[in-house]
Design a binder for this molecule. Structure first.
Ligand SMILES: Cc1cc2nc3c(=O)[nH]c(=O)nc-3n(C[C@H](O)[C@H](O)[C@H](O)COP(=O)(O)O)c2cc1C
Length: 179
């Protein structure tokens, strides 16, 4: 599969088969995360791999967005470890007083994992629509480690299908400006 075929074949899966994800596939997904680029190569990501009944029960109680995925990865970042610039406020119009790339780094890591999982025939869902406090209450992350997003992973159920949004992409003329 070439890259565009792979990217097009990915869609958000919200219903999974009970079949567990094999260890070699998990290893490959995590290796894709490991080689992802990060700002100044700081590698602030911290990945919490939830597979046990206990951990999956806790994440499902904290957010309905874990659906019935047999594998959930909480993508966190050690924010202080991420590249940041104290002197310059680049986030114009926001209340940020520093510029920190932790979210970007974690997002690149998550995207690498999502596409690696797709290549392995797995379905995924990128999740940010959760209550951060509920996740913090459910798991004891070390000080300074912040959940950025969640990746649900598993084999799609027999009836899983792309939502209408999957086909709804703006034309390049609306999102690309040539200067
Ligand atoms: C940053 C981000 C956050 C998202 N959060 C959620 C979420 O909380 N719940 C959900 O069901 N889907 C979530 N999604 C999935 C998007 O809704 C989905 O990617 C988009 O509608 C396009 O559909 P497709 O992934 O099937 O192509 C999220 C995706 C991204 C990239």
């Amino acid at each position: 599969m070439d890259f565009l075929e792979l990217a097009r074949s990915r869609y958000s899966v919200r219903d999974y088969d009970a079949r567990p994800v094999e260890q070699d596939k998990i290893d490959r997904i995590l290796e894709a995360a490991r080689v992802a680029p990060t700002g100044a190569n700081r590698q602030p990501q911290r990945l919490y791999v939830l597979r046990s009944e206990d951990a999956l029960g806790r994440i499902r109680a904290a957010t309905r967005m874990a659906f019935n995925a047999p594998l959930v990865i909480i993508v966190c970042a050690c924010v202080e470890e991420a590249w940041h610039n104290q002197r310059e406020t680049l986030m114009r119009g926001t209340t940020c007083d520093t510029y920190n790339v932790a979210e970007m780094d974690a997002s690149i890591v998550c995207d690498h994992m999502q596409l690696a999982a797709t290549e392995l025939g797995l379905g995924t869902l990128w999740v940010r629509g959760y209550d951060t406090q509920a996740i913090l209450d459910a798991f004891e992350f070390p000080e300074g480690v912040v959940p950025i997003c969640i990746l649900d992973v598993g084999y799609p159920s027999e009836t899983a299908h792309p939502s209408k949004m999957h086909a709804d992409r703006k034309p390049l003329s609306e999102t690309v400006v040539e200067w």
